[in-house]
Write a protein that binds this ligand. Structure first.
Ligand code: GAL
Length: 842
């Protein structure tokens, strides 16, 4: 018999336990999922996430944005990865400044939040070319987003590059980092449907390739119903409650809950009411959803030439909870914060069961969640968009406003209703901080055929010619006019007809601007057809064609043409119509000022600028420069470009983006109700005004003194009207029901400390550094209107102002209980009352 030594046993037991513990810790350290939720450290989580795209703000803004997201109740920050920003030239990478992805993810980690990395690398996102570098189009044999060898090789190379970078920095959760999820591709489902077999093969390949990278965290594919295991398919949209993942063992996730919509040049500015956004999120959670990402939580700015479209505006504000400048958008930010707190109170029940749905009326339902340990949470929904509903649930009655959901984290007491906004709202304003710049100007050339020009027979496609290094391409040709032409002797002027594939066109005849034409996001093509002044002999026709951002979405968007593709013709000549399409054309890529780098600190002195009475005003193709000192304070800054036409602005050599205030917003703007299904066309503003008038100037781009500002104006504008503004709170409002559900009340009631509900408080807080200077309006009773234009209703407590004047004026903020006695007594018993108050901050 072989005798086994006890020490050997101990050794074996040790190995066994080490193995078990190691395995356990591996399980704990990794992110997984099941039918109910994403699991982190083995724990199911209801996760609230928000998109912040790092290049749409500055690294100096990131900590504040992330902190405000955290205070708003977010667990996760989601971002796309922007390939064309990281690899502007093939094989030459850039990860600095606004593209410092590692820094961004580390800041998320430092704030104690998780990250969702949507690598794509196709990202859509209203970003130039959907995130693809333009050089990718010229890789031999390439075809984008399909079963194509060269494309897949490039996509894999970039995806690996990013994954390896994250791994090297230990940023995946499996390595102790913040990244809990990744994404491959973006909304590929509809494309796959169109492409058929090659589409299917490509998405299978993409999923397999991604999973093969071994990140230790799950991958998602959004809008991709057949996402192969283990990839989770997720939903994008204004509402996603109807959505179910393709397998019962995957959680129900919403990767893009649209908080508003993007602005296009020529379009009005969309917004989405906070009540409807909150309703859609509550509706998703009550149907078993466990991950919601706000797209966008902070939209930010399309700096430089990063806007896609074409025609996407420079502002990507998106009506997000944090505005373009990083300020809280109230009441949206606060109303969502309250929603997140309410949802988190329900988490133990939510992660434990599927909802039990109880019908409460024709358009009313309860969704009830229960855990084995006794937790119970209920959502009471009224889908009716126009009427209140009184429902009974359990042993109680509940009053539900139209199109709203009440949240009861204990199945008894309401802590939140999506249509009752307890958070304060804020009216923002732009105030001038610098208005009298002293400008100098330099006139760019109206095309001349210098050394950089080249000629060919016929018309060239623009992107192929410029490779998108500039917006501008000159098309120049000569036209000989016979002295015997009838129009020269008082006849009708000949008409120049130019057909362009997009996006905008300035027409010059013999150096004079003859007209401008442009398309729109929906119809990027341009037709120019106008009478022109020609003289006997040689005439120079110079067409300045402009790209206004490359397309980012649509089947084969990479093949969409831009530029003057013709035909180009002159009609009204003796011979009738003369086709110019196939004659000799000369080309020049970009403006002369661009080739001289006039926008930069080093290039600006390459030409002689003029000033004073020689300053060019209302002249097309004009460069302007000035210097200025940074204004005091730390409020965000913007340029008011209202008096300008179209162009670009640089501050200390950095491009703040394309401006185009002369493109007036067309559309129908009217008051919009939060109730009823939302669409991006429902709530619009600025119809008849500039689509975008104010352009963000990041504070961190300024030095204390001597900042260089350079403007390139294409159409003609008056720079003397350009002013630097600061954005700040003008007034704050609180508009709450006398029995508004609130968190303090809920805690006291649910813990049995009180039996009667407590009244809510009106919270009014100015921005840091500001104080309440006066009370513009206060009424307890039945006030009407909204923040900025309240008026008294038929019932009004005569002492409504007193308490606010006493306790709020002179303070940074205050909280006043909505108690009739404080306003001089109940002005109309047995009537539902509310308080509306507006305070001025300064
Ligand atoms: C989604 C897309 C996003 C963004 C959004 C509209 O379909 O995934 O990248 O383009 O539309 O803002």
């Amino acid at each position: 018999m072989v005798s086994i030594k006890p020490s050997f046993f101990i050794f074996i037991i040790c190995i066994f336990w080490c193995f078990v513990l190691l395995n356990l810790s591996l399980v704990n350290a990794s992110v997984g999922y099941d039918h109910h939720a994403i699991t982190i450290n083995g724990q199911r989580r209801i996760l609230i996430s928000g998109s912040i795209h790092y290049p749409r703000s500055t690294p100096e803004m990131w900590p504040d944005l992330i902190q405000k997201a955290k205070e708003g109740g977010l667990d996760v920050i989601q971002t796309y990865v922007f390939w064309n920003g990281h690899e502007p030239e093939q094989g030459k990478y850039y990860f600095e400044e606004r593209y410092d992805l590692v820094k961004f993810i580390k800041l998320i980690q430092q704030a104690g939040l998780y990250a969702h990395l949507r690598i794509g690398p196709y990202v859509c996102a209203e970003w130039n070319f959907g995130g693809f570098p333009v050089w990718l189009k010229y890789v031999p044999g390439i075809s984008f987003r399909t079963d194509n060898g060269p494309f897949k090789a490039e996509m894999q190379r970039f995806t690996e590059k990013i994954v390896n970078m994250m791994k090297a920095e230990k940023l995946f959760e499996s390595q102790g980092g913040p990244i809990i999820l990744s994404q491959i591709e973006n909304e590929y489902g509809p494309m796959e449907y169109k492409l058929g077999a090659p589409g299917k093969a490509y998405s299978n390949w993409a999923a397999k390739m991604a999973v093969g990278l071994g990140t230790g965290v799950p991958w998602v594919m959004c809008k991709q119903d057949d996402a192969p295991d283990p990839v989770i398919n997720t939903c994008n949209g204004f509402y996603c409650d109807y959505f179910s993942p393709n397998k019962a063992y995957k959680p129900k996730m919403w990767t893009e809950a649209w908080t508003g919509w993007y602005t296009e040049f020529g379009g009005p500015v969309p917004s989405r009411p906070a009540e409807d956004l909150a309703f859609s999120v509550a509706r998703f959670i009550q149907k078993g959803g466990s991950f919601v990402n706000y797209y966008m939580y902070h939209g930010g700015t399309n700096f430089g030439r990063t806007a896609g479209g074409p025609f996407i505006a420079t502002s990507y504000d998106y009506d997000a909870p944090l505005d373009e400048f990083g300020l809280l958008r109230q009441p949206k930010w606060g109303h969502l914060k309250d929603l997140h707190r309410a949802i988190k109170l329900c988490e133990p029940a939510l992660i434990s069961s599927d909802p039990n749905i109880i019908r409460l009326g024709r358009s009313q339902e309860a969704h009830e969640f229960k855990s084995r340990s006794g937790a119970c949470a209920a959502f009471l929904a009224n889908y009716n968009p126009s009427s209140y509903a009184k429902v009974s649930y359990g042993n109680n009655h509940y009053n539900l406003p139209p199109w709203s959901i009440s949240i009861l984290p204990d199945c008894k007491n309401t802590v939140y209703n999506t249509a009752r906004v307890g958070a304060q709202s804020a009216q923002m304003k732009f105030t001038p901080v610098y208005q009298h710049f002293s400008w100098q100007s330099y006139n760019d050339e109206t095309a001349s055929t210098d050394d950089s020009a080249f000629s060919v027979v016929g018309l060239l496609e623009q992107v192929n010619t410029t490779r998108d290094r500039t917006d501008y391409l000159w098309y120049m040709t000569d036209v000989k006019i016979d002295p015997n032409e009838g129009f020269l002797r008082g006849g009708k002027r000949p008409v120049l007809n130019v057909m362009s594939a997009g996006h905008a066109l300035h027409v010059y005849i013999n150096g004079q601007l003859a007209g401008t034409a442009y398309g729109s996001l929906e119809f990027p093509k341009v037709t120019f057809s106008e009478g022109v002044n020609l003289r006997a002999g040689i005439n120079k026709i110079s067409l300045l064609s402009l790209a206004v951002g490359l397309p980012n979405v649509g089947p084969n968007f990479e093949r969409w043409n831009a530029g003057v593709l013709g035909p180009v013709s002159l009609s009204g000549l003796n011979e009738g119509r003369r086709d110019l399409t196939w004659q000799k054309w000369s080309y020049k890529i970009g403006m002369k000022g661009e080739s001289l780098s006039l926008h930069s600190l080093t290039g600006v002195s390459n030409v002689e600028w003029v000033e004073g009475k020689f300053l060019s005003q209302r002249q097309p193709l004009t460069w302007y420069k000035t210097t200025f000192n940074a204004p005091h304070g730390n409020e965000p800054l913007a340029l008011d470009m209202g008096a300008m036409g179209k162009g670009q602005v640089w501050i200390n050599g950095k491009n703040i983006g394309r401006y185009w205030p002369s493109y007036i917003a067309k559309g129908s703007c009217s008051d919009c109700s939060y109730a009823g299904y939302f669409s991006e066309k429902k709530c619009l503003s600025y119809c008849g005004d500039a689509s975008q008038r104010w352009y963000h100037v990041p504070r961190s781009w300024l030095k204390p003194t001597g900042n260089l500002m350079v403007v390139f104006e294409e159409m003609g504008g008056d720079p003397n009207w350009i002013s630097l503004m600061k954005k700040e709170i003008n007034s704050i409002c609180s508009d709450i029901n006398e029995w508004q559900p609130n968190l303090v009340n809920w805690h006291l009631k649910s813990s049995g400390k009180i039996s009667r509900p407590l009244r809510p408080k009106a919270h009014l807080w100015c921005a840091p550094g500001q104080k309440i200077s006066s009370i513009k309006f206060a009424s307890f009773g039945t006030p009407e209107g909204s923040c900025g234009n309240y008026r008294e209703g038929s019932c009004h407590a005569h002492k409504s102002y007193d308490i606010f004047e006493r306790d709020c004026v002179g303070q940074a903020g205050c909280a006043i209980t909505v108690e009739p006695e404080l306003f001089g007594g109940d002005p109309c018993p047995n009537v539902m009352k509310k308080l509306a108050v507006e305070a001025i901050c300064s």
